[in-house]
Design a protein around this ligand. Structure first.
Ligand SMILES: [Zn+2]
Ligand SMILES: [Zn+2]
Length: 154
């Protein structure tokens, strides 16, 4: 797996909301949950996890969307693209939508979650599959495995 060139930049469908990421992801994920299916209007969502300190909105003002609950899903207020998420379970981190990046050529999901809810034909190249969301206690090991994998690539 390749590492992205830094900084990474991305934007929503209309480009009114732009962001910059200054560190390589800790892990990349595909989520097959029904919520992600609905919010992406597709089979699964694709995201990358980075420390909050490495993520900056550089243009526009994100608005809250989705269920407006504990999970804070941030959207462009004009084109309504889902751009990034903050969650209590991952405090201090941002899970941004990988498909918003200007350059997605390096991106491959390392884990996939909620495969119990996936569309029967949907598949990803993820190395680790989880029926639900993996326990938070399991994440340090997964992050370590992902970083090792990206380090080894040419
Ligand atoms: Zn937009
Ligand atoms: Zn999901």
């Amino acid at each position: 797996m390749r590492k992205p060139n830094l900084p990474m930049e991305g934007g929503c469908r209309c480009d009114r909301l732009r962001f910059k990421v200054t560190s390589a992801p800790l892990i990349t994920m595909a989520c097959h949950c029904i919520g992600c299916q609905k919010m992406t209007a597709s089979a699964y969502s694709l995201s990358a996890l980075v420390p909050e300190s490495a993520f900056e909105v550089t243009k526009g003002k994100p608005v809250i969307g989705g269920l407006h609950g504990d999970l804070k899903h941030y959207f462009c207020g004009y084109c309504m693209s889902w751009v990034f998420t903050r969650a209590p379970a991952i405090e201090g981190f941002i899970n941004f939508r990988a498909t918003m990046l200007d350059d997605t050529s390096w991106y491959v999901p390392f884990i996939e979650t909620c495969v119990s809810e996936k569309l029967p034909w949907a598949s990803t190249p993820a190395v680790h599959s989880f029926e639900q969301f993996p326990d938070m206690e399991g994440f340090p090991k997964l992050i370590e495995a992902y970083l090792k994998r990206t380090d080894q690539s040419p």
